[in-house]
Design a protein around this ligand. Structure first.
Ligand code: SF4
Length: 419
């Protein structure tokens, strides 16, 4: 009997949930089962899910294959029709090991838009205690999304915004620090909507303040993607005053042209995003800011794209995640006049080049300075500002090593331990 094998595709939230699935499947004695936790953020992600399933079937002919995650939530029948697949579970069902038991219905997928309660697995059952080989642990604080960006299918896979109770998050972070995790990364679908569904409407900043106050043993707290239109004042105050809140913000910008942002149905303007960056720098002058961008959104012309491209330097962005627009069937953006594929790819390339140049400039400013690196694998780790550092000598994963940043090498720095 082989222990359950969990294959995770997609985002940090999926990574967190896969750890929940792993712990519950083990506790329930589930065996000889492969669980594929899929992603549906793009059509390409769905194609990869199917490809992964076929490969797993070849590699594990005798095992049950259970498909779950966002692609399964949105396309249950399609996955159930695959001969390689034994069962399809929805995003709500995947967290209940009883659904994984042999002989269950082939398709068990609830209409996720009807789910209202805070994520069940975070109310009554043991917290996750392990995060595999990682020294940084992702901690889910929120689920779902109430926004309707015109390019995005995620709200229909994840359901409405639901927040995890602050005391439950604190228990989770305590359980992980007790296991030696030095860094927690708060994650969700739209963490800036945190608390909108909770009594008193606490904001993300309140949750961060609560965690830092209640878990003094936590060394580093990092935030995943932030909506520049919804970053609250407490967050900036903490950025200014709390050294354990990492000076690295990643903004879900997507574009920096007001007409494109309007057609994306984003809640921020170019000026709002610029103001958020300035506010962050005023709070913490050494803060490093990254951003997500979609290149070639429908109707985007060269002038509009130029506004997005120039935002890299105007906003002082360093770490860019760039995606050429990919139409998601069922979204309003898929019905808009499309920008030709080669133009999307070419614009994505120019944005990435601007990002690489910005990163190289930032890394060059760090050469000669010292930094504390949290070692993730024997010879690599990240600074508080999220610069990747390769160590000149090995160190144990989970260790904090003070280094002199001796050299910039492409997308990372060489770190020489000081003692
Ligand atoms: S905020 Fe927009 S992009 Fe993000 S999950 Fe919600 S709808 Fe999608």
């Amino acid at each position: 009997m082989a222990p359950p094998k969990i294959v995770t595709l997609g985002c940090r939230l999926n990574a967190f949930e896969s750890e929940v699935i792993r712990e519950r499947a083990l506790a329930a004695g589930i065996a000889d089962t492969v669980i594929v936790n899929t992603c549906a953020v793009t059509a390409e992600a769905e194609r990869q899910a199917r490809q992964t399933i076929r490969k797993l079937r070849r590699e594990h002919p005798g095992m049950r294959i259970v498909v779950t995650g966002c692609a399964a939530q949105l396309g249950a029948a399609k996955f159930a029709a695959m001969p390689e697949v034994d069962q399809v579970l929805g995003n709500a069902e995947k967290l209940d090991a009883a659904n994984l038991a042999e002989g269950g219905e082939r398709i068990r997928v609830t209409d996720i838009m009807t789910i209202r309660e805070t994520a069940g697995h975070l109310i009554d059952t043991p917290l996750i205690s392990d995060f595999g080989e990682r020294t940084r642990a992702f901690v889910q604080i929120q689920q779902g999304c109430d926004h309707r960006c015109t390019f995005c299918i995620i709200p229909f896979a994840r359901g409405p915004n639901r927040s995890v109770a602050p005391e439950r998050i604190v228990e989770q972070v305590r359980a992980l620090t007790a296991r030696g995790y030095a860094e927690a990364v708060l994650t969700g679908v739209d963490i800036c909507s945190y608390g909108a569904d909770l009594a008193g409407g606490p904001k993300l900043g309140d949750a961060v303040a609560h965690i830092l106050a209640e878990v003094p043993e936590l060394k580093r707290l990092r935030l995943s993607s932030l909506d520049p239109a919804a970053m609250d004042e407490t967050l900036f105050t903490l950025l200014a005053e709390e050294p354990r809140l990492m000076p690295h913000l990643h903004l879900s910008l997507q574009a920096a042209d007001d007409m494109v942002l309007k057609r994306m149905k984003r809640r921020h303007s170019r000026a709002d995003a610029l103001a958020a960056c300035e506010w962050a720098r005023k709070a913490r002058p050494d803060v490093v800011i990254g951003a997500d961008f979609i290149a070639g959104f429908p109707t985007e012309d060269e002038a509009m794209f130029a506004n997005t491209l120039s935002a890299v330097s105007d906003m002082g962005l360093t770490f860019l995640h760039v995606f050429p627009f990919s139409a998601r069937a069922g979204t309003p953006a898929a019905r808009m006049p499309q920008v030709p594929g080669e133009v999307r790819r070419e614009r994505a390339l120019r944005l990435r080049e601007a990002g690489n140049a910005a990163l190289a400039t930032y890394l060059a400013t760090q050469v000669g300075s010292t930094a504390e690196v949290l070692v993730e694998s024997g010879e690599e780790g990240h600074t508080p500002h999220y610069a990747r550092v390769r160590l000149s000598t090995e160190a144990p994963a989970g260790a904090f090593v003070k280094v002199r940043l001796a050299e910039a090498r492409g997308d990372h720095l060489l770190g020489v331990p000081l003692s």
